[in-house]
Design a protein around this ligand. Structure first.
Ligand code: SF4
Length: 813
C-alpha cells in the first residue's frame, strides 16, 4: 500500500540513485505479471464487430466506429432499425475495458464507488498522483513538499486503491496520460480517463489528454468521475455516436516540423478563428465538434511518427490512429511484445485496426506534412494558430510582449524520448557556440521512465548545463502549480510552453501571462534569443566570440537504442489484487475528504411541499452551480464544497448574485438557505432558463444540489450532459411545456408534483404536472412539464441515485 512515509523517508535523490542500481532487464519489470489484463479482449471485440456488420449491412466503417461499436453492450439495441442513421443520433451504451483516474478527480470517483459496497472494480483501473505537485525549485525539493502538503489525499487514494485492487501510481511516478501510454494503452482498447476540464479550466468540451492513448490506436475518452464510476461498477457508459472527422496526412515531416505542429495547425483550421476572425464560426465549430472523433486517414508511410498531441483541445471527443509498425515498435520497447503480437494478428485477420477502404467521413481535412511549418498558438486559447514565419508580424500587430520571460518543455503529451532528444540537440548546438539561454528554462518529464532514460542518456545533464530546472514527473506548471518568483501577479509577460493548454492564468495564476504553445524544439530554440520575434529557422544569434550562429534543424532518435530505463521501481504497482481488509484512510477531522452516505430513495408517492429556493435569470453553467478555483481543494469533501452551490447564479427577482430571501424575509446566501431548509426537512427546487448546466460535465454540479436537499430542477431547457448527471444523482430535471410558465412561479412558492411517481415507476411513460401555490397570494395553479427519462434513468431516481441502483443490482448478482 502507498504510504506517504515511504516517499519521505528515503529522499527523492536516494530513490533516483536506486534506479541506477537496477538493470532494465529486472524480471519484476520486464515481464509484467498483468500483461494479459492489459491486452484488449480481441476475441470478444471481433465477435461484436461481426454483429455490427450484420446489423449495419455493407456500409464501410471508420476505425473509430469499429472500435467504439465493438464495445457496445448490445449491438442490435444501439444500431438496429436506424437505416444507417447512427452518427450524431444514436446513444451508444458501451462497456469500456479500463479506467484511469488522476488524483484530483479520483477522490470523488472513489468516494462514490465506495458507496456501492463492491469489493473490487469491475474493470482494471489505475490512479495517478500528478496534479497536486508544485513546480518551483526542481523535483528534489518540490516533490517531498507537495507530498507532505497533500498527505491526507494521497493516503486516502493509496489505501482505497489497495482495498479495491486499483493500481496506484504514487506522486513522482509520472503524469496520467504518459503512464497510460507506457503501460495500458493498446490498439483497439477502449478506456475512460477522469481528467476533466474542472481541474484544467479549459474551454474544450472534453479533456485534452486522455485521448493521448489514441496515439497507440486506443479509443480513450476523458470523462467526469461519475462516468468513470459507471465503468467501475460494470454499468454501460453512454455516449452519443460521434461524427467522424478524417485527417489525411500526406508527405513526410522533416526539418523543424514536428507532430506537435500537426495539431497546432489543425486546431487553427478547425476553429477557423485565424482565417475569418468570426467568433460565431468558432462557436459553430465547437458545437459540432462536441460529438466528433477524428482519425488519421491512410498514413503515407509507417515511418511518420505518430503525432503525440490531440485535437480534443478544440472540442473533439477523442482521436486515434490506425495500426502501424510504429505501434509495434513502441509496444515492444515498453515490454509489451505479446500485446503487439495479438494486435498485429487481429488486424491481419480482421482488418480491425484500420478503416475500411469504403469508409465515409463527415469531413476530411488534408494536411501535407512535407509543407507543414512549425506553428505557435495563443495566447489564451489553443486555436489561435500562427505559422512561425508570420509570428514576428503577429507579435507586432497584436502588441504582444517583445520579450519572452520563460520557456517550459515537457508535459503528459510532449515529453517523448524523441521530443527531448531533439531539444537536447538544439541545446548542444547553442552550447558549442558559447550561448546560454536568456530566460528561465524548465523541463517536465512525463514519467519516471522518461526521466530515468533521459538521465541515463545524459540528456538531463545537457539541460542542466544550460541552467534548466528539471521539475517533478508531474503536471506542475501545466495545471497551475507553477510557483513563480520572477513575475508579480498582474505583470504582463509572455511564456512559451510545449504544454497542452494555455487559458488565462492556467500556468502561474497570473491572468496577464500570455502563454503561447509550440513544439519543444521551438520553445528550446527561442529561449536562446529571448526575443518573441526570433525565428530559429531563418534568424541568427550573435555568439560571445562575435560570430553569427544559426541553428540547424534538430534531430533525435525516436526510441532509445539501449531501451527505456524504468527508473525507480518503487513506483511500479506490484499487482491489482484487492485487499479487502485494508482500511481506507480518511481522517474524521479532514477538511478535504469525507466519506459519502448513499442518498435516500425517492419514496412511494409524489413530492409534496417542495419550495422554490431560487429563480435564476439567464445563463447558469456548471461553473455557476459549482464554482472552480480555490474550491477545487474540497472536491473530496461534499459538505465543504457544497458551500459554493449556485453562488454564481443570478436571482431573477432581485438581480443579485448569491442572495436569496427566505419566506420570513431573511436574506441569506444560496447555500445557507438550502442548508436551513434541509435542516427543517424542507426539500426544494430551482427554476431556471435555457441550457441549464452547460459547460463541463462537472459531477459536483449535480451532487451538491442533491446533497443540500434539491429534488427538482425546473428549466426552460437543459444541457444534455448535465441533465443526465442530475438523473444519475437522483435529482429530477423537468422542462416547462410552455416556456411562458417561467413567469408564473417564484421564490418560496410551494410545489407538489403530480404524476411524477407514476411516470418513474412506469419507466418514463406518463405526463407530469406541477401544482404551484404562490407565496405572494396563496393562489394555486397547474404547470404542465416535460421530461426525458429513460427506463434506466427512472430507476436511478427511484433508487435515490444511479449508484444506489447499481450497487443493489451488484449485490443481487
Ligand atoms: Fe492535463 Fe497538463 Fe497534466 Fe497533461 S500535463 S494531464 S494537460 S494538466
Amino acid at each position: 500500500m502507498y504510504n506517504s512515509k515511504q516517499i519521505k523517508t528515503p529522499s527523492y535523490n536516494r530513490l533516483l540513485r536506486r534506479s541506477f542500481a537496477t538493470p532494465a532487464t529486472n524480471s519484476n519489470f520486464s515481464v509484467h505479471p498483468e500483461i494479459a489484463a492489459r491486452t484488449p479482449p480481441y476475441g470478444k471485440l471481433i465477435k461484436n464487430l461481426t454483429e455490427v456488420r450484420r446489423v449495419l449491412g455493407t456500409q464501410g466503417l471508420t476505425l473509430a466506429e469499429k472500435i467504439l461499436y465493438s464495445h457496445l453492450d448490445n449491438v442490435e439495441d444501439a444500431l438496429g432499425g436506424r437505416n444507417g442513421k447512427v452518427r450524431g443520433e444514436a446513444y451508444l451504451k458501451l462497456k469500456v475495458d479500463r479506467v484511469a483516474m488522476q488524483d484530483a478527480s479520483a477522490q470523488m470517483a472513489l468516494l462514490q464507488f465506495m458507496t456501492c459496497g463492491l469489493g473490487k472494480t469491475a474493470v482494471p483501473a489505475s490512479i495517478h498522483c500528478d496534479h497536486m505537485i508544485v513546480g518551483e525549485n526542481g523535483a528534489d525539493v518540490d516533490l517531498p513538499r507537495s507530498i507532505e502538503g497533500n498527505k491526507e489525499v494521497f493516503d486516502f487514494l493509496g489505501s482505497a486503491a489497495k482495498k479495491f485492487g486499483i493500481q496506484f501510481w504514487a506522486p513522482g511516478s509520472g503524469i496520467i496520460h504518459q503512464i497510460v501510454l507506457e503501460n495500458y494503452a493498446a490498439p483497439g482498447l477502449m478506456m475512460l480517463g477522469t481528467d476533466s476540464r474542472e481541474q484544467s479550466l479549459t474551454l474544450n468540451r472534453w479533456p485534452a489528454d486522455t485521448p493521448n492513448g489514441g496515439g497507440l490506436g486506443a479509443i480513450a475518452i476523458g470523462v467526469g468521475g461519475a462516468d468513470a464510476v459507471d465503468a467501475l461498477v460494470d454499468a454501460p457508459w453512454e455516449l452519443r455516436a460521434p461524427k467522424i472527422l478524417g485527417v489525411r496526412l500526406e508527405g513526410e515531416l522533416s526539418g523543424w516540423a514536428t507532430p506537435k505542429d500537426v495539431i497546432l495547425n489543425l486546431a487553427g483550421q478547425l476553429t477557423v478563428r485565424n482565417i475569418t476572425g468570426l467568433e460565431w464560426k468558432l462557436s459553430v465549430a465547437r458545437a459540432w465538434l462536441q460529438f466528433v472523433t477524428w482519425e488519421r486517414v491512410y498514413p503515407p508511410s509507417d515511418l511518420t511518427p505518430a503525432p503525440n498531441a490531440q485535437p480534443s483541445e478544440v472540442g473533439a471527443t477523442t482521436s486515434l490512429f490506425p495500426f502501424t509498425s510504429k505501434m509495434i515498435s513502441y509496444l515492444n520497447s515498453t515490454r509489451r511484445a505479446p500485446i503487439a503480437e495479438a494486435a498485429e494478428g487481429t488486424n491481419k485477420s480482421h482488418n480491425f485496426l484500420r478503416a475500411d477502404t469504403n469508409a465515409i467521413y463527415d469531413q476530411v481535412i488534408t494536411i501535407n506534412l512535407s509543407e507543414l511549418e512549425p506553428h505557435i498558438n495563443g495566447p489564451f486559447t489553443p486555436d489561435l494558430s500562427t505559422p512561425l514565419s508570420k509570428f514576428k508580424d503577429a507579435v507586432k500587430e497584436n502588441e504582444w510582449p517583445e520579450q519572452l520571460s520563460a520557456g517550459l518543455i515537457g508535459s503528459c503529451t510532449n515529453s517523448s524520448y524523441q521530443d527531448m532528444l531533439r531539444a537536447e540537440d538544439l541545446v548542444k548546438q547553442a552550447e558549442a557556440a558559447g550561448l546560454k539561454p536568456k530566460v528561465d528554462f524548465f523541463v517536465t518529464p512525463g514519467s519516471e521512465q522518461i526521466r530515468a532514460t533521459l538521465e541515463r542518456d545524459e540528456t538531463l545533464d545537457v539541460f542542466g548545463r544550460a541552467g534548466g530546472t528539471v521539475l517533478a514527473n508531474a503536471c506542475g506548471p501545466c495545471i497551475g502549480q507553477w510557483k513563480r518568483n520572477d513575475i508579480s501577479k498582474g505583470d504582463t509577460n509572455a511564456i512559451l510552453t510545449s504544454y497542452n493548454r494555455n487559458f488565462r492564468a492556467r500556468n502561474d495564476g497570473n491572468s496577464q501571462t500570455m502563454n503561447f504553445l509550440a513544439s519543444p524544439e521551438i520553445v528550446t530554440a527561442m529561449i536562446y534569443s529571448g526575443d518573441m520575434s526570433f525565428n530559429p529557422i531563418t534568424d541568427t544569434l550573435p555568439t560571445p566570440s562575435g560570430q553569427s550562429f544559426k541553428f540547424s534543424a534538430p534531430s533525435g532518435s525516436e526510441l532509445p537504442s539501449q531501451g527505456f530505463e524504468p527508473g525507480n521501481l518503487a513506483f511500479v504497482p506490484s499487482n491489482s489484487a484487492p485487499s479487502p481488509s485494508t482500511p481506507v484512510v480518511v481522517s474524521p477531522t479532514s477538511s478535504r475528504l469525507a466519506l459519502l452516505e448513499p442518498f435516500e430513495p425517492f419514496g412511494a408517492v409524489d413530492l409534496k411541499g417542495l419550495k422554490v429556493l431560487l429563480k435564476i435569470k439567464g445563463k447558469c453553467t456548471t461553473d455557476h452551480i459549482s464554482a472552480a478555483g480555490s474550491w477545487l481543494k474540497y472536491k473530496g469533501h461534499l459538505e465543504n464544497i457544497s458551500n459554493n452551490t449556485l453562488i454564481g447564479a443570478m436571482n431573477a427577482e432581485t438581480g443579485e448574485v448569491n442572495k436569496v430571501h427566505d419566506a420570513n424575509g431573511d436574506i441569506l446566501s444560496i447555500p445557507d438557505l438550502a442548508r436551513r431548509w434541509k435542516a427543517q426537512g424542507v426539500s426544494w427546487l430551482v427554476v431556471a432558463e435555457n441550457n441549464y448546466g452547460e459547460g463541463s460535465a462537472r459531477e459536483h454540479a449535480a451532487l451538491q444540489p442533491r446533497y443540500l436537499g434539491g429534488k427538482v430542477i425546473l428549466a426552460k431547457s437543459f444541457a444534455r450532459i448535465h441533465e443526465a448527471n442530475l438523473k444519475k444523482q437522483g435529482v429530477v430535471p423537468l422542462t416547462f411545456a410552455d416556456g411562458a410558465d417561467y413567469d408564473s412561479i417564484g421564490s418560496c412558492d410551494s410545489v407538489d408534483t403530480v404524476g411524477l411517481y407514476d411516470m418513474l415507476v412506469s419507466g418514463g411513460d406518463g405526463e407530469v404536472f406541477l401544482d404551484v401555490t404562490r407565496k405572494t397570494d396563496g393562489r394555486r395553479h397547474r404547470i404542465p412539464v416535460k421530461h426525458t427519462f429513460s427506463k434506466d434513468q427512472a430507476g436511478f431516481v427511484l433508487a435515490g441515485s444511479a449508484l444506489n441502483l447499481l450497487s443493489k443490482r451488484a449485490a443481487i448478482a
